[in-house]
Design a protein around this ligand. Structure first.
Ligand code: ADP
Length: 520
């Protein structure tokens, strides 16, 4: 009966020597019958921290005061042969035999029940944390704290994708007391790097069973050095949009892979929903702010050229007869320049509206970028600058020449506008060796854009402090449209990370993009 029982059964005598050990005890505690027989039950299954209490209890039982343990089920953490603790439920009974008193233990492993209640507690704690948080930052911290505490994981992290910076940023981290994370505690990661990077790159869960064997990853090795062993990460999404990764690191495998992934994926979905709600709220605020910014911009940027036109025109009307032809031409140029400024702004605003409604049309044809840039340079405003263009005779690509001219006008006029007299502007464009891609740079030695502000540069109405401080007029619309046009050509635009002063924009365009017009 005892060999067939699913319940672990073991017995020991008054000195604590094991005298019976059934097959279920072998699976539960990890020792075979032969390994266990005759050894001290305390050494085998009682973890060091419970030994004192255990001895007192046994002494009481041995002394014949059959106490509360008999006939009662109790829960207890036992020691497994591999060193980990297993929650068990057990009953203890004594019998008096010819050789003395015997102690009989019936026990079963309650890990699954324990896990279920732990998971439920973790889920409840996360839900509470999200409900009480007043910002995304506090929500992230509450989630990882709740998870780390309830699940007893040494390290729990929530990583978010920062699209502006093309990086992964650690939004929150929880580590258990006593863990010194050293080089493991990085706060940004390149895409694709380490567990969070891999989870985001594949938008799928990842499981690293042995960090020390994951030799390809510096961070896994750093984790292994501080005593972490396993790692699990799941993607955090809203609908089909990937936001980041929830990652936990453990010092040993406690739960089966699929159960853990199930729990984490459920939590990640909760976090995703929360973030989506917050994003909708933030979008509403942003829309209101954009409206304010738009009104401020319109008042500023429309009023100035209009005032210049009105003032000059009335001056011309009143004093036409007294002005020399040269003076008349000068005033007329002021009117033309300001009218053009208004025209550009109206076009930009229309383009912005088209962009937002998804109707920014691209009509590609065989084009010559060198020619487009040369024409833009001819039309560029005059200023005391050294303007150099290093261009091949022809640079052919399939693109919308009118839209590319708009890009050239914007980048070149910005370079001129934001470079004080005496500086220089250099434009280069070349095709790569394979002839598939064109790299086009517009560099200036001007006022520059502070590194910290660069991520925001391509947002609507955004103007760098360097421009605002110097009161250089502008709307913060040109670059948004420029980037949209380049992206519609399947190209990219970025700022070069040069440490020197000035600004360099780098545009990369495929020679033969497969462009579809929005209407098609
Ligand atoms: P605008 O020039 O009308 O303000 P843009 O969208 O073209 O709008 O540019 C946005 C902001 O980027 C500018 O306000 C300026 O702060 C910054 N910027 C763009 N190009 C340059 C440049 N070449 N040098 C310095 N700052 C620049």
């Amino acid at each position: 009966m005892l060999s067939a029982a699913l319940e672990a059964y073991l017995a020991f005598d008054g000195t604590g020597r094991v005298v019976a050990w059934n097959p279920a005890a072998e699976t539960t505690f990890g020792y075979t019958h032969d390994q266990a027989y005759g050894r001290s039950v305390e050494d085998l299954i009682v973890p060091p921290e419970s030994r004192e209490a255990g001895q007192a209890e046994l002494a009481a039982l041995a002394a014949g005061r059959s106490g509360h343990t008999q006939g009662q089920r109790r829960q207890w953490l036992a020691w497994h042969a591999d060193g980990h603790r297993i929650p068990i439920e057990m009953t203890l009974a004594t019998t008096d035999e010819a050789g003395g008193r015997l102690f009989h233990v019936f026990a079963h492993d309650i890990t699954t029940a324990h896990r279920a209640s732990r998971f439920a507690a973790a889920e409840a704690a996360v839900a509470r944390g999200l409900a009480e948080a007043d910002s995304v930052g506090t929500a992230a911290q509450r989630v990882v704290d709740a998870l780390g505490l309830k699940m007893n994981w040494p390290v729990t992290e929530l990583w978010m994708i920062d699209e502006d910076r093309q990086l992964l940023v650690c939004a929150a981290r929880h580590s258990q007391p006593g863990w010194r994370l050293r080089t493991f505690a990085v706060n940004t990661l390149e895409p694709g790097v380490a567990l969070p990077g891999r989870v985001c790159a594949d938008a799928a869960p990842h499981w690293i069973p042995d960090l020390s064997a994951d030799t390809g990853s510096l961070r896994s090795r750093a984790g292994a050095r501080i005593g972490l062993h396993v790692a699990v990460g799941v993607p955090v999404c809203t609908g089909r949009h990937l936001l980041g990764a929830l990652c936990v690191y453990g010092d040993r495998v406690e739960d089966p892979e699929d159960t853990l992934l199930g729990l984490l994926s459920g939590l990640a979905a909760q976090i995703g929903q929360y973030l989506e709600r917050r994003r909708a709220e933030e979008l509403t605020v942003e829309l209101a702010r954009t409206k304010d910014e738009f009104l401020a911009m319109v008042t500023h940027e429309l009023r100035n050229p209009l005032a210049a036109i009105a003032g000059t025109a009335s001056l011309l009307t009143e004093e036409l007869d007294d002005l020399t032809p040269d003076e008349q031409r000068h005033y007329l140029r002021i009117i033309t320049r300001n009218a053009e400024r208004l025209g550009v702004m109206a076009e930009d605003l229309l383009d912005l509206a088209r962009l937002e409604s998804g109707h920014l049309a691209i009509n590609p044809t065989a084009s010559d970028l060198s020619e487009i840039i040369r024409q833009a340079l001819q039309a560029a405003p005059d200023k005391n600058l050294t303007v150099t263009a290093i261009l091949p005779e022809r640079l052919e690509l399939y693109a919308d020449p009118i839209r590319l001219r708009q890009v050239a006008d914007n980048l070149i006029s910005n370079a001129i506008k934001y470079t004080p007299s005496g500086g220089s502007v250099t434009i280069t464009a070349t095709a790569d060796a394979g002839g598939d891609k064109i790299t086009w740079t517009v560099a200036d030695t001007g006022i520059g854009i502070p590194a910290a502000e660069r991520p925001r540069l391509f947002r609507r109405f955004y103007r760098a402090s360097t421009a605002v401080d110097r009161r250089i007029p502008g709307t913060g619309l040109g670059l948004v449209i420029t980037r949209a046009i380049i992206e519609r050509h399947q190209g990219t635009i970025n700022l070069a990370d040069d440490a020197g002063s000035g600004t360099t924009f780098v545009v990369e365009l495929p020679v033969k993009p497969s462009i579809t017009s929005p209407g098609s």
